[in-house]
Every structure is written in C-alpha cells, then in structure tokens.
Design a binder for this molecule. Structure first.
Ligand code: NAD
Ligand code: UDP
Ligand code: UDP
Length: 434
C-alpha cells in the first residue's frame, strides 16, 4: 500500500517520465525495503553454481589432451568412452552441438554405431557385443557373403537396424562410430569378382570416411595381415611395410586394403577424422560361411561330412588362428582407445596347415583322411603376428587357444551342416511323394 502511494505521488509529479521509470523503480524499491534483494542474489548464485556443475553442454568444452602415436607419429585426440559420451555434441557436431543444450526428448542413451558388413562372420559377433552394451546399432550390408541369419536374433529390437546397401554407393546416416568391415574376406570370395573387391575396398572405404568426416564420427578400418603379403620378416611387426605382388590374383584384396589404410590416414591427417586401423590375422569361429574356402571352415566341414581334408601345397605354410571373441574384444578396445594404430590383432600361436589338420582330426574325427591339392597362386608362406603393440597400448591379448576355440566352432558347424542335410532330405522326400 505504501509503495503504491509513493508510486502515485511520483506519477502526479512527473507525468512524462512515467513510462520510463514506472517499471524499474517499483520492484527495486520494493525489494530494497522488503530485503528481498538478498534472496534474489543468493538464488542467482545457487542457480549459477548448479548450472555450472551439472550441465555438461553449457560448460565450454575442455581442450582434449593430445597423444602421439608411436607408429604414425601423428597427433590424435584422447577420448575415453566417458569423455566422448559427455562431450559427444561437441565432437560429433550432431544434434547435441546445435545451441549447446540437447532438448530433453532428443537425448540419446547409447552410442549410435554403424557396422558395415555387420551381417558377416566377424561383423555379426561385433554387433552382438555392441547391442549387449546398450548401443544403437545400424548394420549396412549387401549380403554378398553375409546373411540375415547371422543377425536375425536382433530383429524386433528397437536398438537394431538392418540396411541392405552396397558401400560402393554413398549413404547418409547420423552416427557416432563407424566399424567398417564390409568386404569379402575369404580368398575364394574376394577373387570371385576382383574388380568389385577393389571397388569395395577403395570406393566403399572412401564413402565411409566421407560419412565419418561429415558427421564427425570415429572410424575403424578392419584391415588385414595380407598387407604384409608374403612377408620377409617374421613374425610381422606393424612397422614392416610388406612384400605384396601388386598385379597378382590376391592384389584386389591386399592392395585394396593397403589403399584403404592410406585413405584412412589421409582423412585423419587431412580432414581430422578420428581413425583406427586394425590388421586382422586369420580368424575363425561360429557363423563362418561353411563353404567359403578358408582353411579352418574347409577342414571342419570336410571332417564333419567324412570327406578328406584338403591340404594345399606341401602343407608346411603357416598361419596363426584367432578365435572370433578375442578379435571382437580387440576391435572394441581399439575403437574406444586413443591410438590410431595400425594394430596387429591376431593370435601368435603358429601352425602349419598339416598341424591344423591334425588338430581338426583330434577334435572331430581321428580317422579323417588328408588329401594334398596344388596350392593357390601367391600364397604367403608364413604368417604370425607380433602383438607387442596391442598388448602395451590396448592392454589386449587373445585368450582362446585353437584347441579351446575349435570345439565351439565345430558345435555351430555340426548344427548347420546336419541341419541343412536334414532339411534337404525332407524336401527331397516330400517332392518325391508328391
Ligand atoms: P565376411 O565375408 O563374413 O563378412 C563381410 C561382410 O561384408 C559380409 O556380410 C558381406 O555381405 C559384406 N559386404 C561385402 N561387400 C560389401 C559391400 N560392397 N557393401 C556392403 N556390404 C558388403 O568376412 P569376415 O571374416 O567377417 O571379415 C570382416 C572384415 O574383416 C573384412 O573387412 C575382412 O577383410 C576383415 N578381415 C577378416 C579376417 C578373417 O580372418 N575373418 C582376416 C583379416 C581381415
Ligand atoms: N559420402 C557419403 N556419405 C556422407 C558423406 C559423404 O557416402 O555422409 C561420400 C561422398 O558421396 C563421397 C565420399 O563419401 O563420394 C567422400 O566424401 P568427401 O566429402 O570426403 O569428398 P567429396 O564429396 O568432396 O569428394
Ligand atoms: N588351405 C588349405 N586347404 C584348404 C584351404 C586353404 O591348405 O582347403 C591353405 C591355403 O593354401 C593357405 C592357408 O590354408 O596357405 C590359409 O588359407 P585361407 O584361405 O584360410 O586364408 P589366407 O590366410 O590365405 O587368407
């Protein structure tokens, strides 16, 4: 009441100043007299403190420390998963970066991850792990060597999407991470259409790097031990540049992957794309294509079908076999870690093909016969990873020995080989009775 009177007196004394002074004077005097100002100031202080402490998007992004990669000598941003999640809007330039704060309804829970080639052997195991972790996974696959069967158990899960798409064509997606696996891996498959293979490795990788650049996603390339060709250094260390025939029948794959690595490093250095490079050594496990011609799948399927194991050449060439769960663990550590690589991911246990045949005999059928066949062109004589770098920088090493992993694969193959046979028998019987 008193304040109103004061205000009216003021009104009659200076009518032309009314519109200018009416609003500010009344609340200020009111606050001063009622000692409300102190409450307002304390309120503002508490709100500012709370906002600074609990709102990650409002705080200006802290500079992320840089690490130097011992191999590439290049600089890269360190970003543990926690760091990445809290600053994802800043890093990705996605919805979170627009205007700083993410509207409540648009906040994401897990990461959005693309797995190209996710319907294949390795990709589908990786997808299982990512889904289990709570990520939103998009599989991009043209089903050349992969199959819907490998990811069917995720159908209906709202965190899972499957897109039939060939990576040789551009694609627009909004994601945080890209695991780029799309490429046939078995020699029989990649030699089937060599031009398509090299296009997949070069144009496909270029497109996925373009996507990574556009949305600020981290990009992991699944390269291969084949970049070492027929190696003159044994075991192979990441610093070894390899011995590859550039015009041979395997070069669509070997040189394709070497170019893919080059592209990844050029996008990293030239466009600041966060890249990771894994050089994968021979991997086996459930869901491998039964008739893809790779040695472990061939031997296992042959032993189960009571056919002779086909050893190419004199069988003295060596490979190192890694169980798929070890590889997936290595890929995820690499993606989440702060090092570009390249990293060898493989099991250093080295076997000749004759020794492998023996392990398959012991596991499936001691009476399985061995049949020698001529070897294929440019077949590498030996291969064994030096994994010192992955051990030191990723804290990773394989856990599953060949004799432990093989029975797990045999169980899966047994179901598929004999399941298929039963299915065939049923179809033949029903068509003959019609
Ligand atoms: P895979 O053949 O089972 O899987 C490859 C997947 O990529 C398949 O689902 C296939 O349909 C898909 N694909 C192929 N071309 C494509 C294209 N143009 N567009 C979209 N999708 C396409 O092979 P994998 O063993 O799972 O290998 C996965 C990755 O790991 C490959 O890049 C391979 O080069 C690499 N790698 C594998 C091994 C191994 O021993 N398994 C060793 C070294 C490297
Ligand atoms: N690309 C894509 N998806 C994207 C962004 C790019 O498939 O979200 C493709 C694009 O079509 C191009 C390739 O990635 O063929 C490389 O893209 P980049 O922007 O690096 O090169 P540019 O388009 O300038 O040649
Ligand atoms: N190999 C074999 N018998 C087979 C298939 C392959 O002896 O039925 C040999 C092949 O000659 C090579 C090794 O096994 O020396 C590994 O071949 P794979 O195709 O599995 O993979 P690579 O390492 O050659 O890509």
């Amino acid at each position: 009441m008193a304040s109103e009177m004061t205000y009216r007196r003021h009104e009659t004394q200076q009518p032309e100043a009314q519109s200018l002074h009416r609003k500010p004077i009344k609340p200020i005097r009111y606050m001063l007299r009622e000692q409300r100002l102190i409450f307002v100031l304390v309120g503002i202080a508490i709100a500012t403190l709370g906002f600074t402490l609990f709102s990650p998007s409002s705080s200006s992004p802290k500079p992320i420390p840089y690490y130097s990669d011992p191999i590439s000598g290049s600089e890269m941003r360190s970003s543990s998963l926690a760091q990445r999640k809290s600053s994802i809007g800043y890093i990705t330039g996605g919805i979170g970066s627009v205007g700083g704060k993410i509207p409540l309804g648009l906040k994401r829970k897990g990461l959005r991850v693309v797995v190209t080639g996710g319907a294949g052997f390795v990709g589908s195991h990786l997808v299982d792990r990512l889904i289990a972790r709570g990520d939103n996974v998009i599989v991009v696959d043209n089903f050349f060597t992969g199959s819907k069967d490998n990811v069917m158990h995720h159908f209906g899960n709202p965190n899972f999407e499957l897109i039939r798409h060939d990576v040789v064509e551009p694609i627009l997606l909004e994601v945080d991470q890209i695991y780029h696996l799309a490429c046939p891996a078995s020699p029989v498959h990649y030699k089937f259409n060599p031009v398509k293979t090299i296009k997949t490795n070069v144009v496909g990788t270029l497109n996925m790097l373009g996507l990574a650049k556009r949305v600020g996603a981290r990009f992991l390339l699944t390269s291969t031990s084949e970049v070492y060709g027929d190696p003159l250094q044994h075991p192979q260390v990441e610093t070894y540049w390899g011995n590859v025939n550039p015009i041979g029948v395997r070069s669509c794959y070997d040189e394709g992957k070497r170019t893919a690595e080059t592209l990844a490093m050029d996008y990293h250095r030239g466009a600041n794309v966060e890249v990771r490079i894994a050089r994968i050594f021979n991997t086996y496990g459930p869901r491998m294509c039964i008739d893809d011609g790779r040695v472990v799948s061939n031997f296992v399927a042959q032993a189960l079908r009571k056919e002779p194991l086909t050893v190419y050449g004199d069988g003295k060439q060596t490979r190192s076999f890694q169980f798929v769960s070890d590889l997936v663990e290595g890929l995820m550590r690499l993606m989440e870690g702060e090092h570009v690589g390249p990293f060898n991911l493989g099991n250093p246990g080295e076997f000749t093909m004759l020794e492998l045949a023996k392990v398959v005999q012991e596991t499936i059928d001691p009476n399985a016969k061995i049949e020698f066949r001529p070897n294929t062109e440019d077949d590498p004589h030996k291969r064994k990873p030096d994994i010192t770098k992955a051990k030191e920088l990723l804290g990773w090493e394989p856990k599953v020995a060949l004799r432990q992993g093989l029975p797990l694969m045999v169980k899966d193959f047994r179901q598929r080989v004999f399941g298929d046979q039963k299915q065939q028998e049923k179809t033949t019987t029903s068509s003959s009775t019609e």
